[in-house]
Design a protein around this ligand. Structure first.
Ligand SMILES: [Zn+2]
Length: 321
């Protein structure tokens, strides 16, 4: 079981610091939006945002965690959970093989990574989707991890944050996948009753059962620019209702105008904005240490962001343990 040994040793913590360095230098990427040819290293330094047109590329789970946490503060939870293939599902390829291949290519064991972290010294629970793991689909493991995230946040009275990027329920786990919508939602309800904040961040794409459950239930819902957010895809809707859809339908800009999303936040501002929301919503009911500094006037604006971004970008690989 060589694939299993591969997974056993590297934890997300070490990946967070090492992963980026595996990308060979001098690799070029063509911007999907403006067509500009970009050096992948520059793109990485810009948090995967095109410096020419601000197009937001998708991030890996490790990159996302690195961008929203203080260096070295992320402690992963429940990293050992793996799907047992409850339906013994086979399509063109056995589900077990798909899981194995996805785990080897992404370095995570399922499509969701959770942990306790700090952002600007503020402790919180963070969960991020890994879209490259079977389209970020939600099966039993993802549902369980989302639930544990909310339960831990409730137990420790600390904010919960989920960054979604998912195609929805995982077909290979059938009805069990759909049940995760109810399970995660009821765990979230307990958090809500305690008045502990939950902030949902929607990135491209957030669709299906994830959009139809906890992703849309944030006390505050933030979205990245241009993210596709919806339940069914535009093509399915168009074929069903036999009408052409309005310009920009299901993109975050459209959803802000229609009250589905609270704010669109550029990725470079996301960490600052997130910390500010956690503080504002959590200072009454959350157990923040007295030493946690109140965000200085307007969370000190852009200067702290650029400092953070630079720090993240220049971060060197750190050996684990
Ligand atoms: Zn571009």
């Amino acid at each position: 079981m060589a694939w299993f040994d591969d997974l056993k040793t590297p934890r997300i913590k070490s990946q967070v610091s090492q992963r980026a360095s595996r990308v060979p230098e001098g690799l070029w990427v063509k911007c999907t939006s403006c067509g500009e040819i970009l050096q992948s290293k520059i793109l990485k330094d810009c948090l995967q945002v095109c410096p020419e047109c601000s197009f937001h590329f998708r991030m890996t789970a490790a990159e996302r965690i690195r961008s929203l946490t203080d260096e070295g503060s992320f402690e992963e939870i429940a990293e050992d959970l793996v799907s047992t293939d409850p339906l013994e599902f086979d399509d063109r390829k056995p589900y077990r093989d798909r899981l194995r291949a996805a785990a080897v290519s992404t370095g995570v064991r399922d499509a969701f990574v959770i942990g306790k972290a700090q952002l600007g010294g503020l402790p919180y629970f963070l969960g991020v989707f890994e879209f490259k793991f079977m389209g970020g689909s939600m099966g039993v493991v993802v549902g369980e991890k989302v639930t544990r995230l909310f339960e831990r946040a409730a137990a420790e009275k600390l904010p919960a944050v989920v960054v979604s990027s998912s195609g929805g329920a995982r077909m290979q786990e059938g009805i069990l996948s759909l049940m995760q919508m109810a399970k995660t939602t009821s765990a979230l309800q307990r958090l809500r009753e305690m008045g502990v904040p939950y902030i949902s961040i929607l990135s491209d794409p957030t669709t299906g059962g994830v959009a139809a459950s906890f992703a849309m239930l944030g006390d505050v819902i933030l979205a990245e620019p241009g993210a596709l957010v919806g339940f069914a895809g535009p093509r399915v809707i168009q074929q069903t209702i036999r009408q052409s859809l309005p310009e920009g339908f299901q993109r975050s800009e459209f959803l802000v105008r229609h009250g589905f999303v609270d704010r669109i936040v550029q990725r470079k501002d996301l960490a600052t904005e997130l910390r500010s929301w956690m503080w504002r919503l959590g200072r009454q009911n959350c157990e923040f240490e007295p030493s946690v500094v109140r965000p200085s006037s307007r969370e000190s604006g852009t200067s702290s962001v650029s400092k953070r971004t630079k720090k993240v970008a220049s971060k060197k690989s750190k050996s684990k343990g």
